[in-house]
Design a protein around this ligand. Sequence first.
Ligand code: KIV
Ligand code: ZN
Length: 518
Amino acid sequence: MSKTDKVIIFDTTLRDGEQSAGAGLTVEEKLRIAHQLNKLGVDVIEAGFAGSSQGDFDAVKRIANEVKGPVITSLARAVEADIDAAGEALKGAENARIHTFISASDIHLMHQMRKDRESIMDMAVKAVERAKKYVDDVEFSPMDATRTDPKYLYTMLEAVINAGATTVNIPDTVGYSNPREFGELIKGIKENVPNIDQAVISVHCHNDLGMASANSLSAIENGARQIEGCINGLGERAGNAALEEVIMALETRPDFYELETNIDPKEIGNSSRMVGSIFGFPVQANKAIVGQNAFRHSSGIHQDGYIKNHSTFEIMEPESVGWRGEALVLGKLSGRAGLRARLRELGYELNDEELANIFLKFKDLADNKREITDMDLEALMSEQHRIIDTNGTYHVDSVKVVCGNDVIPKAEVSLECPNKDKQQVTSEGTGPVDAVCKAIDQVVKLGAELTEFSVSAVTEGIDSLGEVTIRIQKDGSVYSGRGSDSDIVVASAKAYVNAINRYLIISEKERNFTSETV
Ligand code: KIV
Ligand code: ZN
């Protein structure tokens, strides 16, 4: 990829985003997100860290084989085994890149790597040279660049470009910098690295002080031409730059930035909803661009101005970023054709069997809820995908509870087991959800700890679908699960079983993972 007046959008939702505490996706889920990122028009998809686990290796490989168009990359530490794993996993990609990194700051060298500057420089150069044996397109990141001695950083960048790096990425790993300082660092790199014109300058900003997007844009003003980030600002700790923010800043202010991207902003809404749903991290209501309130005007003065002319209080059209309100779309009398057409508009292509399944769920919902909106349809589709993605594990067949202020809560749950047998169990609990989870535990016998439980409504109104997110902890790792239903106790059962299924799928892969595998 050459340097242009375009900004290259590098999505790391499936790698840094998956490092968010409590995330953890199956290969199928990653593939689904990668296809959506392709529709969004990102230039580079960081599909994972192939050398880190069997699950990541498989995900990188599947995405490399099946998602055509964007560059597919895998992260790799500057060690041979990681680079070889990345090269192997990326074999099927139309356009492959290896992204190798090593710590560069003295803090990291002294306390983490316990190596001197010369040895680290040598490892960086050797890593790029090894990656070049697999692919032409090699990205190098000096980790913790914003706390690295600039002179050492310049020398390192010059050396890795000489070794063949085509992109040099400057990470603000701990979210320490600010827009002016970060912009000056990029300017310094342009002025002091003699061969910098042979590589694209990229930036990768973390949001610990809430400045990741602003820092990324400041870097762009100073010559960076690739931005790394995640949908919904996911990522390690406080997350990475939210790609939707950076993209819409460039789109909304062409007068200022005079730079383009290959992104189709109308796909931002779909991407955000899919990522929120699969990761089990709902987007906060006031989140820029993708929050539910991002285009809602509440104060009288604002509403008055907006009604007279939208531009008074709105700098972007909600439709331009694929934002969806709660408009009524379908009702009880709608047929299959109407449902298929609407789902197609939402980006879901269904075969006849899939349509038949979702139509039954749609009819059930329409019996309980007068108005079915796009958000309801998306919740139904997410539920359907969760069932498909966890095929061969446990599924909730039925749930009955007795509860109230003067009875001991009791649950009767029927679970479909991996061998397709159904098991019926009963349990008491401190509340209906506790009773349901205890009943499920009797069948699954996992011994996981439930660490988080939250319920939200998909739409407004008492008849709304309830969406439950649950996190469980097992063997030191956290697994999330989601479920939706018009009954929140049933939604809770589905979410709990979904978290258990994800544990079973993900940990099974990790158990089989050995370094010899790659
Ligand atoms: O934040 C960071 O430094 C990273 C690198 C691996 C690019 O994620
Ligand atoms: Zn990072």
